[in-house]
Write a protein that binds this ligand. Sequence first.
Ligand SMILES: [Zn+2]
Length: 418
Amino acid sequence: MTFETQALGERALSRLDALAAITDEPGRITRLYLSPAHRRAADLVASWMRDLGLDVSEDAVGTVRGLMPAGRSGPDANRKLLIGSHIDSVIDAGKYDGCLGVVAGLLVVEELKARGVALPFGLEILAFGDEEGVRFPTALSSSSALTGTYRADWLEATDSDGIKVKDALKAFGGDPVRVRDCTISPDSAIGYVELHIEQGPVLEHQGDALGVVTSIAGQSRFRLTIEGEAGHAGTNPMPLRRDAFAALAELSVFIERIAREGTAGLVATIGKVAVHPGAPNVVPGNVEATLDIRAGADAPRLAAIDRIRHEVEQIARRRGVKIRLERQTDVPTCPMNETFQSKLASAIGSMGENAKSLPSGAGHDAMAMARSFPAAMLFVRSKSGISHNPAEFTSVSDLGLAVEALVRFVVSLGEPAA
Ligand SMILES: [Zn+2]
């Protein structure tokens, strides 16, 4: 750790603190899409961009954009590298999730200027507004607008007060009629890179500060219903019962075992369970549950689903219950660009740090951006993997390392291939 990276981390932190002070709910960080706090945060980011001499604009869906043109001529002089993340938050959030990627983009510009680096391509820093999808039932709508994949029905989606996205956009200063103008054509950008806190415990567990994301995990979500037979808890002998909850319990232990045996970071979670009729003296007649399965590659996830389906049939037959496993969503794995991955790893290695490769279990704007551009993500260690929580924490020295790695990555993209 050199003095410079420590100072870089402190500069990142002071901007993260400034953004954290902007909230819709005094006493905690809540910055929902198109809210008054989002407005103030967007204005602050725009003012930072102007201070850096960037060409600042805000697109029709509220993404703040700051462009630095190429510093020298070459075949990519009219193209740009996109660097960004989001400035919206969950309710009662931490201060690093999303904002770090935006702040890091600004620090990259600052460092390139300070170091006298002239890139052969432009840089555009992006501060997305709708990543968390908390206020409206949308998914990565700001980055989808940028890749031309914004769904028209999102404009009609409403928040809990009945306010439509299109009306909130107008109040914010956006323009629902001009969503299509947000699109950046695939050939005008050389790619997209996003620095984000890991939001998981893997890097900390391995003792690594930084990681290169191999893919954003594919995800399948199911609704699970088990129908048995309710009955008196005192009078029904065990062999005669058709206990829906006991069937779920057996299935859940099986699911945990195959997830532990899985590869590519396979994880499976039964996160919500409702037992009916739900009384201490009644054998559960019916159970509803959710099942969420993710992995960094499609094959292990799909293989796990096959094994679960097979086991469902076995348990249903053995226990005389009816089990329904209904798939609700199925998002394929989103691989990150391999050239960018290896350049990120080299940048990390050049600082004497280990470059751990890992999948991202959480979704990010990079998923939407990967529809149009080579996309990559750099992860920085989060304390205890805690996120979406005020206890979210990344040390100043890790922040500095992460920003420095991003600077070196950007510089290396501008160097001729060896
Ligand atoms: Zn995030």
